[in-house]
Write a protein that binds this ligand. Structure first.
Ligand SMILES: Nc1ncnc2c1ncn2[C@@H]1O[C@H](COP(=O)(O)OP(=O)(O)OP(=O)(O)O)[C@@H](O)[C@H]1O
Length: 606
């Protein structure tokens, strides 16, 4: 990945950023040019002031003979207005480009994430990704819209000043130049390696704080239940501390420096200019002309600190923007699901695991090792086994959350890697523990599986998934927004709504990870009924179902049970066959029966 990216990293952040602006990139250049012209035009009023000063010195003390003063005044006014108008026109152009750039950054990162292998989200917290997609784009907006044209203007101003410095009296010009050179040296030091290194650390710390913050908010119930304090959530606490330290460093070391620098320049100009003028004055033949020149340098040297400060703050913005564009490029480099050049069509509705092995990245132990089993079209196969046996991993290989390390997963007789990812998603409905309800109406939540479904079709899917009692309880029926008052669901209810979504999708194959291991008897019966509705399919054709079962009651009726233990298939067969074999499944079943009888006995006692 890095090798391919190196050339792009070598290009400047601004040029990489502007790639996101597309054709509007030209507006940035136009905006910067207008801003530069505006600054040069902005010299006009200063020149007029100097001309006034020069005329007055020339006619002193007969001030009334200076007749051109009003003309200079009008010129000064006209040039000021022209400079302001040019500046606004420039800003308009850069804003248009900056907005497009930020929008395209967000769009491309979001689109890329849509096609990123789903497993990527397991290892990249949503808080950090949100900050990259949204925050980084926002960070670049101000830089492109304001800082860049201001810097172009300031550079034009500095260059113009340097030229003017040597037009009238090079000796006074040189005196003004010394503090400029000094400040430039300081600025290059700030913009250099250490400054950038600091900014990268600062941004990393911000991302870390966001990430741990999201995790903390998610974990608040656990923290409360166990009566822990905020400090016990050590990662978040440490991230806040680290960020605070860096933010203080930032304010003290990196913000105070530009301010001191600016002051040095202002004072520096006077410090250098005045003594040089005093030294030169006695030797001057035409003292009036010398005084006028001195007035020129005194007026114009005041412009330089403003320009320098603007350039200085650009370095700050440039560092944040470089960091932002690096992070967005990192997201854009996230592995995408590879779509085959010539996708194959599934020929039936079966699923086959053919000698599949899989190891998670950065882990030595295999999560799955030589796993082979088949789910014939129209049958229901349940994966059972001890915790950590590899059940969830096996099901996540079907939608290509991850790709196998060895072997093949076939859907409809075709390796999932040879199928068009959209076709795979169409052919298979996935109901996972991580699926969640959106903060939308129940109707929209179910319709997410098939956006063109009618209200009647949604109602039928809800009925088939045994959700009628849930809908009846809701204040606005199917139009009730999930999360609004009175619209919260139990684990079993959420599972039934998920099943309604899967029924709505009407895919011939369903892969599901049972959400809850325990449900009350009423919910349990309804979930069972919803499962059989889902498996029975529409128009009499049975669906193929591969399910991770946490409840052995669910698997009893399955056509086949595959027992996964430590990533290997320990045994497979029907419920009766496995009981007769007296292996791991038989032991699990005996434990399950004991648990059920214990539950019944304790309920009777109660
Ligand atoms: N994202 C991950 N990164 C690294 N290892 C993982 C990841 N997810 C799971 N594992 C490991 O892979 C193995 C199989 O886990 P898996 O979740 O598939 O088991 P399971 O049978 O579904 O367990 P359970 O019944 O508890 O849900 C375990 O050792 C687990 O620690």
């Amino acid at each position: 990945m890095d090798k391919k990216e190196e050339p792009s990293r070598r290009r400047s952040a601004v040029s990489r950023l502007l790639d996101f602006a597309g054709p509007r990139k030209a507006l940035t250049y136009l905006g910067c040019t207008l801003s530069a012209i505006s600054m040069v035009v902005g010299f006009g009023p200063y020149v007029c002031i100097w001309l006034v000063a020069r005329d007055l010195i020339a006619v002193a003390p007969n001030w009334s003979t200076a007749t051109s003063i009003a003309v200079y005044g009008w010129w000064a006014l006209g040039l000021s207005v022209a400079s302001i108008l040019l500046y606004f026109a420039g800003l308009m152009c850069t804003h248009l480009a900056a907005f497009r750039c930020a929008a395209n950054m967000r769009k491309r990162a979001t689109e890329h994430l849509m096609h990123t292998s789903l497993g990527y989200f397991d290892t990249h917290a949503s808080g950090a990704l949100r900050r990259v997609v949204d925050g980084c784009a926002a960070e670049t907006e101000g830089m492109l819209a304001h800082k860049l044209p201001d810097t172009a203007g300031s550079v034009a101003m500095i260059v113009g000043m340097l030229v003017l410095f040597f037009v009238f009296d090079w000796r006074l010009g040189l005196a003004c130049l010394v503090p400029v050179i000094l400040s430039l040296i300081c600025m290059f030091y700030m913009m250099g390696g250490r400054g950038m290194e600091f900014m990268t650390k600062y941004m990393e710390s911000l991302v870390k704080m966001n990430k741990t913050g999201t995790e903390y908010v998610r974990g608040i119930p656990v923290v409360k239940v166990f009566q822990q304090t905020v400090h016990s959530f050590k990662a978040f606490h440490d991230a806040i501390e680290e960020f605070t330290r860096l933010a203080q460093d930032y304010a003290v070391r990196w913000c105070r420096t530009p301010q001191s620098l600016s002051l040095t320049i202002i004072n520096g100009v006077a410090l250098f200019l005045v003594p040089v003028a005093i030294l030169l004055a006695p030797g001057e033949g035409d003292f009036g002309a010398f005084l006028a020149n001195f007035a020129f340098y005194a007026i114009f040297s005041a412009v330089i600190p403003t320009a320098m400060t603007r350039v200085m703050f650009m370095s700050d913005a440039l560092q944040s923007a470089t960091d932002a564009v690096n992070r967005v490029e990192e997201v854009l480099a996230a592995p995408m699901i590879k779509a085959p050049a010539a996708p194959k069509e599934p020929v039936d509705n079966s699923i086959v695991f053919d000698d599949v092995s899989f190891t998670y990245e950065g882990v030595n132990e295999r999560a799955l090792s030589h796993v082979s089993f088949s789910v014939p079209a129209g049958s229901t196969v349940a994966l059972v086994g001890p915790s950590g046996g590899g059940k969830t991993t096996a099901t996540s290989l079907v939608p290509r959350f991850w790709d196998v390390c060895a072997g093949r997963v076939l859907v409809g007789g075709v390796d999932v890697r040879s199928m068009d990812p959209h076709r795979l998603m169409e052919h298979v409905a996935f109901v996972f523990q991580a699926n969640h309800l959106f903060k939308q109406s129940v109707l929209e939540n179910v319709r997410a599986a098939r956006p063109d479904a009618t209200r009647e079709e949604v109602a039928r899917a809800l009925s088939a998934a045994q959700c009628d009692d849930i809908i009846e309880k809701l204040p606005d029926g199917v139009d009730t927004v999930y999360g609004a008052a009175g619209a919260h669901f139990s684990g079993g209810e959420v599972q039934r709504l998920m099943l309604a979504r899967a029924i709505m999708k009407d895919a011939p194959i369903v892969v599901l990870d049972e959400a809850t291991a325990f449900a009350d008897p009423e919910n349990e019966a309804k979930i069972q009924k919803a499962f059989s509705e889902l498996a029975s399919g529409r128009s009499g054709e049975k669906r193929t179902v591969l399910m991770v079962a946490h409840r052995l009651s669910t698997v009893r009726k399955a056509d086949k049970i595959v027992v996964l233990d430590a990533g290997r298939v320990a045994e497979q067969g029907t419920h009766d066959e496995l009981l007769a074999a007296g292996g791991l499944y038989a032991r699990m079943w005996a434990d399950y029966e004991r648990a059920v009888s214990w539950k019944i006995t304790s309920e009777e006692v109660a």
